[in-house]
Structure formats: C-alpha cells, structure tokens
Design a protein around this ligand. Structure first.
Ligand code: AMP
Length: 184
C-alpha cells in the first residue's frame, strides 16, 4: 500500500498567536513520525512554511503544489520531496486533494476557508469520501462551527453536514482520528 497522504490547509501568515505556529510544528512532526506524507500548497510562508519545515526536519515526505503566479509571493519551496507547479489555482486544489487520503485544516484565512469548503462541499456531493478534520487551536474554528450550525438550523443544509467533518482540539487528535479512519 502506498504511503498515507494528508492534505493540510493552513494560513500563508502565522496569525496572532504562537499556539498556531506550535500546532503547525506538532502536525508536521506528527506526520513524519507516522511516516505519512504531507500534501500542501508548497509555500514557505506563514503556517504553510512551518508545517512543511517541521515535517522535512523530522525526515518526512512532503508533496507541495503551487500555481506559477504564486511561486514568488508564497516563496515556492522547491526542496520538497515532490514539488509541483501548476498553471492555475483550480489545478492546485485538484492536485492537492486527489493526492491525499485525508484533509486537515489548521488556522488560516480566506484561502484556507476556500480550500476547506471545497473539500467539504465536494464530499457533500459525493465527489470524494476523504475524512476532514479541523484543528481548533485556541478555539480558532469555533465561529466557523457556529456559522455551520446556523446554516443547518436555518434549513440550508441537513444536519448530516456535520458527519462530513470533525472538529478536533489539537494535531495529535487529528492524527489519531485519521489512524482510526483507516490510516496506520
Ligand atoms: P490563507 O488561508 O488566506 O492564508 O491562504 C492559504 C493558502 O490558500 C495560500 O496558499 C493561498 O494561495 C491559498 N488560496 C488563497 N485563495 C485561494 C483560492 N481561492 N483557492 C484556493 N486556494 C487559495
């Protein structure tokens, strides 16, 4: 069986709290420790750079995908185990998701939310069945869960929306949940 791959969506910035960087480090190290492959946006900025460097330094396998127009802005990390440059953002997202077995969301901004919602809505439509975990570092994603609860309460999604993703408190819980879901 090929190596389990985990797609990580996270901020191109570090955010306001040291705990976000710590979570990215722990996640990168944890992926390497389990001999799982990190799939991410190939940038060397913010939490993206942190998670990738942590995985690399721990000897982990890394697979990054970046569109050509962001190579300079997000400091394309060409020393990854596999470094893919795409023509468009859409291709980037597609290549990331198709090369992953599970999705993990760390704190991040609008880009991370876009990626998360694409994974969630595509799962809702049955286009894939990869588990999705949001790491709620310092309660960062609590407002997102409140919004999704509102969406369900107001009748715009079935409550089964919450079966498609899981909020976990920290990176260790995300890794354990992936293992429970069929990882090793
Ligand atoms: P952010 O969470 O806004 O810091 O962005 C995290 C990553 O998402 C960065 O690599 C962005 O290039 C990427 N991103 C930003 N906008 C989009 C989008 N519309 N679709 C996919 N990825 C995006």
């Amino acid at each position: 069986m090929s190596k389990l791959s985990v797609c990580v969506y996270c901020g191109a910035r570090k955010g306001a709290r040291a705990s976000y960087t710590e979570a990215a480090e722990v996640l990168g190290q944890g992926l390497a420790a389990r001999n799982w492959r990190l799939v991410y946006g190939a940038g060397d900025v913010g939490l993206m750079g942190t998670v990738a460097r942590a995985a690399q330094e721990a000897g982990g396998d890394t697979f990054g995908v970046i569109p050509a127009h962001l190579v300079a802005m997000e400091v394309g990390k060409a020393d990854l185990s596999t470094y893919v440059v795409t023509e468009t953002m859409h291709e980037r997202k597609k290549v990331m998701l198709m090369n992953a077995d599970a999705v993990v969301l760390l704190p991040g901004g609008a880009g991370s939310l876009d990626e998360f919602f694409e994974a969630l809505t595509w799962r809702q439509l049955g286009l894939h069945d990869k588990p999705i975990f949001a790491i709620d570092t310092d309660g960062y994603w609590t407002p997102l869960m409140r919004l999704l609860t509102h969406v369900v309460d107001e009748g715009f999604a079935d409550a089964s929306l919450f079966d498609l993703m899981q909020v976990v408190p920290d990176p260790g819980a995300a890794l354990d949940a992936i293992a429970d879901h069929g990882g090793t």
